[in-house]
Design a protein around this ligand. Structure first.
Ligand SMILES: [Zn+2]
Length: 442
């Protein structure tokens, strides 16, 4: 039994906000949430982590990330001078992933999951590509996730862009990994059928993907991130992207669509009726200058919408801050997005998690997963159950997370990693990325 107490507990459940609250963890699950004194009396002799008045919250979830982008930090590619989004894809991301071998993938994953722990992110949905080493890449990422103890849902981005053989290898990697996850009983690792995007997948390739996707598993795909994706679909198939994916039987309650920037009302109707999930990645959309998605409208229409980072950061508080100002800026309306942005992170992402993981995520209540974080935040104004999201939005960053517990295991305590040698991991990452960069620029 482990108690995390003497803090302000933001439960995200029926209990609301508990002053001087405590969470009791028994193995991988939460046994009780309540008053610190009462729980300490109920569980005498239990190990006690003293939050010292700080904020205790459920672990955060990232609904769309790219581990392959980790080694892009500081990278300069010879001759890279992008003019638009397609140039960025081909010149930067596809150039990187064409050179990425299994070791590059593994260490990119170690760096990413390490950062997630430090930012209080306990569950990560990743969308991976490494055309320089496809077979075994999801298994390499899963090894890193298991080593560091982070909950994760993985897939490989199948695409025709490097030829049919590699497309088929990508499908097989997904299928092998999904089969592996089906036998796993830890509830720490799940698999999906990853698809890059409509404009790099023919109907025949989509059919092959469908054929290798078992019942109960969905797809994870970028949708209408740039206008090029829309033009390609209109030109080749005479329909917009969501319509095409619907006709190809790709949508549904287990499918995650990233971005959905250039979608019209009819496409939103289809997303809603098929109960397809949408993940918004505000920083990435701004950085690639691809436009702002109609996120608020999608949420108002009842489409399950979550928040991701698309590899830009592992800090969900940062993504939340950017989402908050992006929609105000885009709509020239300072009154919007106050409710929808916290809803994406604190309700949307747990609901997305629930479609893959059996454990209840994103809430501190009896029976939920023992994924708990402590954030060093001392409010300068009254903090109540009604204004918690305002305090989080303006007062917290990932670096304020001091303690991270995943699946009942303490991964970081008072900002000290537990059983994880950060310096050694980062040294290895620098060594591997040096080698990776030299292969890219050879
Ligand atoms: Zn993405």
């Amino acid at each position: 039994m482990l108690l995390v107490g003497n803090g302000k507990v933001v439960t995200r459940g029926k209990a609301g906000l508990l002053e001087n609250g405590c969470v009791a963890l028994e193995g991988k699950k939460i046994a009780a949430v309540g008053d610190t004194k009462a729980l300490r009396e109920q569980y005498p002799g239990a190990e006690f982590i003293d939050a010292g008045g700080k904020v205790i919250m459920p672990g955060l979830i990232n609904a769309h990330n790219h581990i392959y982008s980790a080694f892009a930090r500081g990278l300069s590619i010879k001759g890279y001078a992008p003019q638009n989004f397609l140039d960025i894809l081909d010149g930067m991301w596809w150039t990187m992933d064409r050179h990425m071998n299994l070791k590059d993938t593994y260490w990119s994953a170690m760096a990413t999951y390490l950062d997630c722990i430090r930012c209080g992110v306990t569950t990560v949905f990743d969308h991976h590509a490494s055309y320089g080493g496809i077979s075994g890449s999801l298994f390499a990422i899963a090894d890193a996730a298991q080593e560091l103890g982070v909950r994760t849902c993985l897939c490989y981005e199948v695409s025709d862009r490097d030829g049919e053989e590699k497309m088929r290898e990508g499908v097989k990697e997904n299928a092998d990994f999904i089969a592996h996850c089906a036998k796993d009983t830890t509830d720490m690792v799940k698999g999906m059928m990853g698809l890059h995007a409509s404009f790099t997948l023919s109907d025949a390739s989509l059919a092959l993907c469908r054929e290798h996707t078992p019942e109960g598993v969905g797809f994870h795909i970028h949708v209408a991130e740039g206008m090029a994706d829309v033009y390609d679909s209109l030109k080749k198939y005479g329909k917009r992207v969501i319509q095409r994916l619907f006709d190809q039987d790709i949508l549904g309650e287990k499918t995650v669509t990233g971005h959905c920037i250039h979608v019209n009302g009819l496409e939103m109707d289809i997303l809603k009726e098929t109960d397809t999930m949408v993940v918004h990645n505000p920083e990435s959309n701004m950085g690639n200058a691809v436009g702002c998605p109609p996120t608020l409208e999608m949420i108002h229409r009842g489409i399950l919408t979550g928040l991701g980072t698309d590899g830009y950061t592992n800090d969900m508080f940062e993504s939340m801050k950017v989402a908050n100002i992006l929609h105000k800026h885009n709509l020239c309306d300072p009154t919007v997005a106050w409710g929808e942005v916290p809803q994406m992170l604190f309700e949307g992402n747990p609901a997305i998690g629930a479609r893959y993981f059996d454990s209840k995520l994103g809430v501190l209540e009896e029976g939920a997963a023992a994924d708990v974080i402590v954030v060093d935040y001392d409010p300068l104004t009254p903090m109540t159950v009604d204004n918690t999201n305002g305090h989080i939005l303006f007062g917290m960053m990932g670096r304020d997370v001091v303690t991270t517990i995943i699946n009942g295991e303490v991964k970081m305590k008072d900002r000290q990693l537990v059983g994880i040698d950060k310096a050694a991991i980062l040294a290895k990452c620098r060594e591997q990325s040096t080698d990776f960069w030299s292969r890219i620029n050879a």
